[in-house]
Design a protein around this ligand. Sequence first.
Ligand code: HPA
Length: 277
Amino acid sequence: MNTVYEKLMRCYKSVQEKIHFRPGVALVLGSGLGDYADGIQVQEVLDYSHIEGFPVSTVPGHKGRFVFGYVRDVPVVIMQGRVHYYEGYDISDVVLPIRLMKLMGAQKLFLTNAAGGIGDGFQAGDFMLITGQIANFVPSPLIGPNMDELGVRFPDMSEIYDKDLQKVILGAAKDLEIPMQQGIYIQLTGPNYESPQEVQMCKTLGADAVGMSTACEAVAANHMGMQICGISCISNLACGITDHPLTHKEVQDTADRVAPLFKQLITESIVRIGKLK
Ligand code: HPA
């Protein structure tokens, strides 16, 4: 049997033994949003370390657990802490939690991250609705024997980010009077930030924001037929666009500063997504 599928099934069985909650929406929390899950009506919590075979993050300060509960009346599963490719995991491990949340019942996926701004007019602290992505700088999580149980061998990627969900988020942002940028997210491996030349390359390729997560998760989720949406917090202007050296502290400080607004936007968006068919 396929070892990636076997591992996923082992994790799924482990979750099923412990959790009896069926989420509709899966939410992945990026930098600055770690405590969003503490503000919802929590029903159940499952530490990643209690799931047999589950990849556990090595980044200090990253909590690692699934939180199950309600955003108003919408049943959600929240990933508090994700694993990154730069930590040294196989890409199939990086997307395992996404696949698991789909198996738990979540049909919709809400991805968030912190990213470097490339797009014209972008400022640190902006939010960007992700309308498309470039994932080719990390391996596809679909490499290897296809898991026919999850999806087809050659999945279409023409609309990874669901148009209806995009409209919902823009509507929520408008009503909350939160300005939104829109654009293309590009994932590089990290963990180093980009050189100015690499940022220029990303811009030439059409990217508006650069980060180290998300796109591979969206590929795996799209393979499984999930409806996907995503928002980047532009935590800094990318290297060479800003004139000062980048630090993780700057990324965290900006993400923390705009987190209250980001949380409002997520809550309002999820409530509206819950009302969709
Ligand atoms: N580059 C890559 N990843 C990031 C950045 C960046 O500038 N900011 C936050 N995550």
